[in-house]
Design a protein around this ligand. Structure first.
Ligand code: NDP
Ligand code: PYR
Ligand code: MG
Length: 768
């Protein structure tokens, strides 16, 4: 993607569909007059009075305990400098988003229009009652030091300047591991620090606490090496001033073991890098552009351990790995501050985690085959799901041991479960799906590529490496739309089934089709005519192996697309019917629902078959299906044929698929409410399990339910996912959104990957 396209993409991401990145969502019911009288006047007066009596009740009755303020005055925004409070807001909203997705902490971002230290401190102090913690962000040195010091003294909630301590914690963990890998000792390592601001000073202090010798440290700022003979040095700079005969960064780099950049882009040259000692460690952490470009650095020296602050290079040393988890631990024991012990506990937990075997999910998320502790993996990745269970408990324990916790935790196992549960309800599944597709992208035909949204989706899947799209449709329209989207037609196959240039392929497909259908009244002429129709043409592409998967249906009714697919592609081996499943992203995690589009009133056997196909498809997502067969009745409470049909389907499943976690017939509330189910039906096979899959007795009920969830609950939906076809063909909902099409493309790719795996196994079996 060109720099200009990336710039535009970033601006559109922030502007659409709603400006900004976060919003406020109520956590209590507000549907009825009664709810409102509790939420607001008169009911709200009761918690107010309780808090008036005892101020610590504010944690009990309000959101304070899970609410952090991300506060900046915009004076040191990333490496962009003093760009002002408004211009810092996207970064602060970004921190809010990261707090939420990585640690389920809510954030108000607050941009303060003052550079005056007293005024800033006064502002933060005045608003502190709202918050459980204060995360100071992107405030320049030296003001940042005084601001943090005084706020820590004057407030009894955790206050942390993220750029100082978040960065120090992460880089210290990375440094410990990098030194170990290069067989160097921290006490002996010669360390050069570029930058003498908030981040640099705090990082260097922590390295000192780890054992680094101040005699081996050289720090530079915008004027060169910080020497003891320089005038007007701040107290913090004096702390690291050297009397050695060094003046520039270039001088300082000669024979250095470690370079830590917390300054500005492109200050380090290849020549400087070459002058460093053997096995140099380079943390170029300026954002968004590091002190030396990652690729340039690794091309310059092979023996290097290289890290940057960016997510698109290996070894991302960025405070994102710290602040969500440190605050999570601090809030959970209601710590009155974040102290040295808590920071050191976080350093150790992070350094240790990097040495543990990496879960497959992390490999998938980063498109890696096997991440392993080593030069390109010195620190855990931010999407590592183990972080939430490892770092906050370490921080919380250290808070308790050092005497700053006011609400101690006693049951650590329960706490760990709660942490994992907190993270269970985000859109991880979509992420996993896209990541999984990326591990082995496949050729996907977009049969309606002459529609803008379909083309946008194709562009996204290509740029994100999810699939190799093949665009089918009117070439002139596709090319015109592509130029609007800045989508380069040179990198992609565009096919117009009606164009003369496709005549050879069309005739080949027609002949093939005719050969298998000439005894069903189809003439070669009919076949040739049919191949002008895009869905027939696209289906033949998949049949003939010219594409791995197919997506269509954006502009046509469902049955009109299903028909050619069934006719040309047909059913999978052993399948007796097709059915579809939708995945709904609800606030209780993903729910798989079937059959949402095909079978109007399946018999009990057919229903059992649908359930079995659904289970297989849920497994394709890497999730174990826990399945309820839905009815208006529970376990024989109605003898009506509609309920009996479900009952019989369950008996069939229990008999032929005894390992499947399925039960019913069950009403929806008993299916989804574990407690109700256990109390009333202690014999159910599903007890102790959270149901994630619902199989409905009819198309009416399944289709209406998923659409209801989508419209009323705003749940994102993936699907309908076609089950039972011989090849990966998937049909979009009429007018699907770009996001829905992208998700379906990922499903189609995964389906093709699975098919490839099955074919390979089959081949191995038949050869053995
Ligand atoms: N990866 C990560 O997690 C993090 C990265 N950072 C990055 O660190 C950098 C500094 O942030 P922060 O400490 O908050 O900002 P500050 O404004 O507090 O400090 C900036 C420092 O950079 C120095 N500097 C500016 N130009 C040069 C130069 N040409 N040569 C050497 N030093 C120079 C300044 O020198 P002087 O004192 O003379 O003005 C100052 O000491 C930013 O790029 C930021 O993105 C920050 C936090 C986290
Ligand atoms: C990452 C960060 O906080 C910064 O660059 O300022
Ligand atoms: Mg910052």
């Amino acid at each position: 993607m060109s720099i200009e396209s990336k710039r535009r993409e970033a601006l559109i991401y922030h502007a659409k569909p709603t400006p900004g990145k976060i919003k406020v969502v109520p956590t209590k019911k507000y549907a009825t007059q009664r709810d409102l009288s509790l939420a607001y006047s008169p009911g709200v007066a009761e918690p107010c009075l309780e808090i008036e009596k005892d101020v610590s009740n504010v944690y009990r009755y309000t959101a304070k305990g899970n609410l952090v303020a991300v506060i900046s005055n915009g004076t040191a925004v990333l490496g962009l400098g003093d760009i002002g409070p408004e211009a810092s807001k996207p970064v602060m909203e970004g921190k809010g988003l990261l707090f939420k997705i990585f640690a389920d902490i809510d954030v108000f971002d607050i941009e303060v229009d003052t550079k005056d230290v007293d005024a800033f401190i006064e502002t933060v102090k005045n608003i502190a009652p709202t918050f459980g913690g204060i995360n100071l962000e992107d405030i320049k040195a030296p003001e940042a030091f005084e601001i943090e010091r005084r706020l820590k003294e004057e407030l009894d909630i955790p206050v942390m300047h993220d750029d100082q301590h978040g960065t120090a914690i992460i880089s210290a963990a990375a440094l410990i591991n990098a030194l170990e890998l290069t067989d160097k000792k921290v006490e002996e390592a010669k360390i050069v620090i570029s930058g003498a601001g908030a981040a640099a000073i705090s990082c260097t202090r922590l390295y000192k606490a780890l054992g680094a010798d101040p005699k081996n440290i050289v720090m530079t700022d915008s004027k060169g090496v910080i020497r003891s003979d320089r005038d007007h040095l701040s107290v913090e700079k004096k702390e690291f001033a050297t009397s050695r005969d060094l003046h520039s960064l270039e001088d300082a780099m000669v024979n250095a073991d470690v370079f830590v950049g917390l300054s500005m882009a492109n200050l380090v040259t290849p020549k400087m890098l070459l002058s460093m000692a053997k096995d140099p460690i380079v943390f170029a952490m300026a954002n968004p552009d590091p002190e030396i470009d990652y690729n340039l650095a690794i091309q310059t020296r092979e023996d290097l351990i290289m890290a940057t602050g960016r997510s698109d290079n290996p070894n991302q040393v960025n405070n994102v790995l710290g602040f969500p988890f440190i605050f999570r631990g601090a809030l959970d024991v209601r710590a009155t501050s974040i102290n040295e012990e808590m920071k050191m506990a976080a350093v150790k937990a992070l350094a240790a985690l990097a040495k543990e075997p990496v879960p497959e999910q992390v490999n998938i998320a980063y498109g890696e085959t096997r991440l392993n502790f080593g030069r390109d993996y010195i620190i855990p990745k931010p999407f590592d799901p183990r972080l939430i269970a490892k770092v906050p408990p370490a921080v919380a324990k250290a808070a308790m041991e050092s005497g700053v916790a006011t609400e101690p935790i006693y049951d650590w196992e329960k706490y760990e479960d709660e942490l994992l549960e907190r993270m269970g309800n985000d859109n991880k599944l979509v992420r996993l799906l896209l990541d999984r597709a990326r591990t082995n992208p496949k050729k996907v035909v977009f049969a309606e590529a002459d529609h803008l949204d379909v083309l946008k989706a194709a562009q996204t899947v290509m740029e994100e490496g999810i699939a190799f799209p093949i665009l089918l449709g009117r070439k002139d329209i596709i090319l015109e739309l592509m130029s609007e989207l800045d989508f380069d037609p040179n990198d992609i196959t565009i096919i117009d089934p009606k164009a003369d240039e496709e005549i050879e392929r069309k005739n080949r497909y027609a002949k093939k089709y005719w050969e298998t259908n000439n005894r069903k009244g189809i003439t070669l002429y009919d076949a040739e005519k049919l191949m002008r129709e895009r869905n027939y043409f696209a289906a033949m592409m998949v049949n003939e192996g010219d594409a791995d998967a197919l997506l269509s249906g954006y502009s046509r009714s469902y049955p009109s697309v299903v028909k050619p697919m069934l006719e040309l592609v047909g059913l999978a081996k052993g399948a007796t019917r097709i059915a579809t499943m939708n995945v709904m992203m609800t606030n209780k995690g993903p729910l798989f629902i079937s059959d949402t589009s095909i079978n109007i009133d399946p018999s009990s056997k057919e229903l059992a078959k649908i359930a079995q196909m659904t289970a297989k498809t849920v497994e394709m997502f890497g999730i174990t299906p826990v399945m309820a067969m839905i009815s208006y009745a529970n376990f024989g409470s109605s003898k009506h044929p509609n309920a009996s049909k479900v009952k019989e389907a369950v008996s069939y499943l229990h008999r032929y698929y005894p390992d499947l976690l399925v039960d019913g017939e069950l009403q929806m509330d008993f299916a989804l409410n574990r407690k109700m189910r256990k109390e009333k039906f202690p014999f159910s096979k599903l007890n102790g399990k959270k149901v994630n899959t619902l199989v409905f007795p009819s198309l009416d009920s399944a289709n209406s339910t998923y659409k209801l969830l989508k419209e009323v609950n705003n749940s994102e939906s993936i699907g309908p996912i076609m089950m039972g076809m011989r090849k990966p063909v998937h049909i979009l909902q009429l007018g699907a959104s770009v996001e829905e099409i992208v998700n379906m493309a990922a499903v189609a790719v995964i389906d093709a990957q699975e098919k490839e795996k099955r074919d390979r196994n089959h081949e191995l079996l038949s050869n053995s």
